[in-house]
Design a protein around this ligand. Structure first.
Ligand code: 3EB
Length: 317
């Protein structure tokens, strides 16, 4: 084996709490920490530890958290939605994020998670998710869109109050991926809002090492740019899995490595309705993804007609 093959992975994810994690995610509906995802855990692991070697410095307060490793860094911000103005909150959060990240040793944004309540409230262009997209687009720079990070945007329960943005940053860019079955989100037609959502379908990290990781963005039952299987939960989940398979195939084309469901390190499945848990578990039983790696969370998809979204990390084999 080459020395590179013996070196520890730059990034790896364990589905449990680890004190030395760069990003110690927990899933708990009522927590205040910038790294606690406010989606009720329905089944599976209640934590993800994103490990990235030794952490040089870190800090956490009620409104922000950051940590610096060698190759990767974490920046998280929580913004109060003054008067429920999600557009202004998104602009504020992304301005704060870029101010912290761009002049740092880890200026590249590779993966972003966005959480806020009542994501589908409001109609047409006034829907809160669409206003979030407008606010985000107004705050980011040219580097953000070239290419945009992999991302998730999920609705939490309760009334509008806080916008939580968590970002994985790096010294070096990742390989951004699009899904051949799906229209790039940054090219969505006008019917999906005034501003196209700024995210890539996935990213391959550490493609220069023996241990690449594929990070899949929030993936739903969308083919082209059109939502599929309205009202059919199991088929929506199967379509999301077909999108995930297509993304893995695309990652293989771009890297010359293989990505398989069995290589999944962590998967989050967001369900709009708790009652769909059993159906989700039965579909996932045939997916090849290790059951013990799957966290089922209560969360609203940003398209009101869709009931499930998944995201995850896959180690190359
Ligand atoms: C979609 O195709 C799915 O706005 O950052 C997934 C991942 C989705 C990220 C975002 C939105 C975002 O529109 C929704």
């Amino acid at each position: 084996m080459t020395p590179a093959a013996l070196a520890p992975a730059r990034l790896r994810i364990l589905t449990e709490r680890q004190d030395e994690a760069l990003i110690p995610f927990t899933f708990e509906a009522a927590a205040e920490s910038p790294l606690a995802i406010a989606c009720a855990p329905l089944a599976g692991p209640r934590a993800e530890a994103w490990l990235a070697g030794a952490i040089g410095e870190s800090a956490e307060t009620r409104g922000a958290a950051w940590a610096h490793g060698e190759h990767y860094a974490l920046v998280a911000v929580v913004v109060d939605e003054a008067g429920g103005d999600i557009e202004a909150a998104a602009t504020c959060a992304y301005e704060r994020l870029l101010v912290a990240v761009r002049p740092s040793a880890h200026p590249y944004l590779l993966r972003i998670w966005n959480y806020f309540a009542a994501i589908n409230r409001g109609d047409g262009d006034d829907e809160r998710y669409r206003r979030f997209c407008v606010g985000r687009a107004g705050a980011v720079d040219g580097m953000f869109n070239d290419p945009p990070p992999a991302a998730t945007a999920i609705g939490t329960v309760g009334e509008p109050g806080r916008l939580q943005v968590v970002a994985l940053c790096s010294r070096a860019p990742a390989l951004a991926l699009e899904n051949p079955r799906q229209t790039p989100a940054w090219r969505y037609p006008r019917e999906h809002g005034r501003v196209s959502p700024g995210f890539s379908r996935g990213a391959v990290l550490d493609a220069d090492t023996a241990t690449p990781r594929l990070l899949a963005s929030g993936t739903a039952s969308i083919v082209g740019h059109v939502s599929q299987h309205l009202g059919d939960f199991a088929e929506q989940l199967r379509e999301s899995l077909r999108n995930l398979e297509a993304l893995m195939a695309e990652a293989a084309v771009k890297t010359g490595r293989t990505f398989r469901p069995e290589g999944c390190e962590a998967l989050r499945i967001y369900l709009r309705h708790d009652a769909d848990l059993a159906a989700a578990q039965s579909v996932m039983a045939g997916s090849g993804i290790p059951t013990e790696r799957i966290s089922y969370l209560r969360g609203d998809v940003c398209r009101r007609e869709l009931d499930v979204e998944l995201e995850g990390v896959f180690a190359a084999s």
